[in-house]
Design a protein around this ligand. Structure first.
Ligand SMILES: [Zn+2]
Length: 374
């Protein structure tokens, strides 16, 4: 019996888990256009939503972080009012549920949504209201999904303690953790130690953008100074892994620590290719890290700017690395194990939804190939 590779249509039906997705990186192009009209934003490169969608994804030189980040100017410009934020959050959940995701943590930086006068709390509440509304709609359509928020502080700013306090304050209302994002070079995570100390002292959860474009010191600080539970990207951990000419692979102390401690890596391969952190998907370290059994999770980062869904990312990795249903189930279980969600609820999703869902899809694939031969 031979398994056929998972198709995009099948992967979309698989019960998947997403841990690293930015709210302001995942808008529908039509929503960007409509919100710009409603709120008088005139800076969009085009008012045609199809052309705008292409502008975000295609009309861009690859490996260009500056151009990649320019897209956020527009998405953030239309997310400065509570109704707009709520709509984006609602649609985000609907889109993730349509892609077959059963659990997601979606992050955003409240401090980037205050230009029109919103208070940080209003930003969080509008987002959580949108998540609740989107979850209801999705459940009514037979696509149940759990969505939690991660509050991101900007590395280059000085509001991380305030954002950490905000995250802790909303922990029972849908916020699952704290994150820091932004340029790594010149802004080490240790600038935000007080924020991480607060999170730790409150027995709360933190992940941290580290080891995306910048190397091992950033990962080391994230783990050993900030006590981050997961690494946002963390892909540069490969800089501490040496492949010998005879095929043997040697891990340095930090890479060993990350693997031994099962530190989850929130890998986002296509995003890394677009920002220049990896030359191509086929050369992306996710293949090696999966083979070495790091705690790999697969993520979208910015669905709009990268033109991806979690399903498309999985399909591309299957093509690039020969992954099968076993790999995709392993990634999904890894992600669920690493979620900032209570242990018994994680187990219930793993055993009640994820494992049976992947098992039946794998059986379907095997049947499709074997049936004509029988
Ligand atoms: Zn990110």
């Amino acid at each position: 019996m031979y398994d056929s590779p998972p198709t995009i249509e099948q992967i979309r039906r698989a019960p998947k888990v997403l841990l690293h997705d930015h709210l302001d990186g995942g808008l529908r192009p039509s929503t960007v256009v409509e919100l710009a009209g409603e709120h008088g934003y005139t800076g969009l490169p085009t008012g045609d939503s199809d052309a705008l969608g292409r502008w975000f994804v295609e009309d861009r030189p690859r490996h260009d972080l500056v151009r990649y980040l320019a897209g956020f100017t527009h998405t953030l410009a239309v997310m400065q009012h509570a109704d707009a934020i709520r709509r984006v959050a609602t649609e985000c959940v609907e889109d993730l549920a349509d892609d077959g995701i059963v659990y997601a943590e979606v992050r955003f930086a409240p401090e980037l949504h205050t230009e029109a006068g919103l208070a940080l709390e209003e930003v969080v509440e509008a987002t959580l209201a949108g998540f609740a509304e989107g979850s209801e709609t999705a459940a009514a359509r037979g696509r149940p999904i759990v969505v939690r928020a991660l509050l991101t502080a900007m590395r280059s700013a000085a509001r991380s303690l305030e954002i950490a306090e905000l995250a802790v304050r909303y922990r029972d209302l849908g916020v699952a953790g704290f994150d820091v994002a932004g340029p790594e070079a010149g802004y080490p995570p240790t600038r935000h130690l007080d924020a991480f100390q607060l999170v730790n002292q409150e027995n709360f959860h933190a992940t941290l953008h580290a080891g995306e474009a910048f190397g091992l010191p950033s990962i080391w600080e994230a783990l050993q100074w900030c006590n981050a539970e997961r690494l946002g990207h963390g892909v540069r951990i490969v800089d501490d892994i040496v492949s010998e000419p005879d095929g043997a692979v040697r891990l340095g102390r930090l890479a060993s620590y990350v693997r031994d401690r099962r530190v989850p890596l929130e890998l986002c391969p296509t995003s890394n290719v677009h920002t220049g952190a990896a030359p191509s998907l086929a050369e992306h370290p996710v293949g090696l890290l999966r083979r070495l059994q790091f705690r790999v999770t697969l993520n979208t980062d910015n669905r709009l700017m990268s033109g991806v869904t979690l399903s498309s990312e999985m399909e591309r990795c299957c093509a690039a690395f020969g992954w099968d249903w076993g790999d995709l189930a392993w990634l999904s279980i890894n992600a669920m194990k690493s979620a900032f969600y209570p242990f018994d609820d994680r187990l219930a999703l793993i055993n009640g939804v994820i494992k049976p869902g992947f098992a039946s899809l794998a059986a379907e694939s095997a049947f499709r190939v074997s049936a004509p031969l029988a």
